[in-house]
Ligand binder design. Structure first.
Ligand code: LLP
Length: 416
């Protein structure tokens, strides 16, 4: 929240009052802080200085071209999970040689495109995928650089929908099978083994699951060495949690320091795939109160943002802060459910929030920079919001508000 602060009771994004942004660009509006994105990227890069490393920002967290461009200018790499994300990285000036490609369902065309532009590494999630990459690379007369995504079977102690490193999850190759799969990969002509990869989940607020996963990966690397397979890099995935309410996750510096300590003098290139830790607290969602509806049991504030704009509360029962754009001197707080106009009971942004509200007020949903716009939809045929990047006292429209024409583009009625 450091770049979203109050000055004389007015909420600012860097040096601009958010009220001014709402007036200029309308609501609902995603607002990102460039300085915050940069600071959070550097929080990873600085403790890694002096040793080979690559920070591959997880594009899925926030794929806006402006956001990707801010990171590309810092030399960031990118973790992608689709050809669409790859095209975005390229359009934003990202370097394909710094791209790693994760995801369980890579399609032939996507593999071909990634080989054509020359990505750094495919994070392979199954034997079938390994064989498909071999076939595509052979057909193209190329050699595909790969790592195997190993499922270390550790419990990241996070929400079940975003935990990915357990045996019961669809991701990666089981730890006990990994050695064998590496041997198979080593026998393929058009595959070059360069790393080991793992990603155990998201919004992880403790160090121990990361360290447990690293221990298992190091064990595997030693076994691979016995088999004559040399590993150049370790990709430790993303997953570091952030503070939404009262969580106390390790800072990126603490997280990196703990991993480096565990690694000792082993000299692998280290790859990280942070998404949330870079983007979440670099963004807010501005929304205006349309109506107040006071009831016997509940008070509802109906705002102009809804679950289609910000899905996390509805989907995961996730808590995100909701704060006023202007702090009022008079009036008093009351408990409000902040709800959107979508026709579902699950359409809420927050429940029982103590706020001093009047219709027309402007509110900010905090920690909305990651998995916010990225998960927005047109449900209820609502146009998706605009996105603005604030840079000091300047606002850059990074994505125009969608129009009804754009929403319907590509659809057509029947000829008769
Ligand atoms: N790498 C891989 C292979 C991933 O699957 C993910 C996220 C990341 C990196 C980035 O993880 P992060 O550093 O952001 O935790 N929609 C959910 C989060 C889903 C995360 C999916 N994978 C939410 O809103 O909480």
């Amino acid at each position: 929240m450091d770049f979203f602060t109050y000055r004389e009771n007015q909420l600012y994004a860097e040096d601009l009052p958010v009220k001014q942004l709402a007036e200029e660009f309308g609501t609902p509006l995603y607002v990102y802080s460039r300085a915050s994105l940069e600071q959070r990227y550097q929080a990873y890069a600085e403790p890694l200085a002096g040793r080979p490393h690559l920070i591959c920002y997880a594009v899925k967290a926030n794929a806006n071209l402006g956001v990707l461009n801010v990171l590309a200018r810092l030399g960031s790499g990118f973790d992608i999970v689709s050809a669409g994300e790859l095209e975005r990285v390229l359009a934003a000036g990202g370097d394909p040689a710094r791209v790693v490609f994760s995801g369980v369902g890579k399609q032939t065309e996507e593999i071909r495109r990634a080989l054509t532009v020359g990505i750094k590494c495919f994070n392979v999630e199954s034997i079938a995928e390994l064989e498909r990459i071999e076939a595509v690379a052979e057909e193209m007369g190329q050699v595909a650089p790969i790592s195997i995504r190993v499922n270390p079977d550790v419990d990241p102690k996070t929400h079940p929908y975003i935990s990915t490193g357990l045996k019961a999850n669809k991701f990666g190759i089981a730890f006990d099978l990994a050695r064998e799969v590496y041997q198979q990969a080593a026998s393929l002509q058009h595959i070059k083994i360069i790393g080991v990869d793992c990603h155990i989940g998201s919004q992880i607020t403790q160090l121990s699951p990361f360290l447990d996963a690293l221990d298992r990966i190091l064990l595997l690397v030693d076994q691979l060495k016995e088999d004559g397979i040399e590993i150049h890099h370790l990709d430790l995935g993303g997953g570091l949690g952030v503070r939404y309410q009262d969580e106390t996750p390790p800072t990126p510096a603490e997280y990196v320091a703990a991993l480096l300590e565990r690694l000792g003098d082993r000299e692998f290139e280290l790859i990280f795939e942070p998404g949330r830790a870079i983007a979440a607290n670099a963004g807010i969602l501005l929304t205006q109160v349309e109506y107040l509806k006071e009831g016997e049991e509940k008070n509802f504030a109906i705002v102009d943002a809804a679950m289609n704009d910000l899905l996390r509360p509805a989907l995961y029962d996730a808590w995100q802060g909701i704060i006023p754009a202007s702090i009022k001197e008079d009036g008093s707080n009351k408990a409000w459910d902040i709800v959107g106009p979508v026709c579902e009971t699950g359409d809420f942004l927050g429940k029982d929030r103590e706020l001093n509200l009047t219709a027309g007020d402007l509110l900010a949903v905090t920690s909305a920079g990651a998995y916010g716009f990225a998960m927005a939809s047109n449900y209820n045929s609502r146009n998706r919001p605009a996105e603005v990047i604030v840079d000091g006292a300047e606002a850059h429209l990074a994505r125009q508000r969608e129009t009804y024409e754009q929403q319907m583009a590509g659809e057509q009625c029947l000829p008769k």
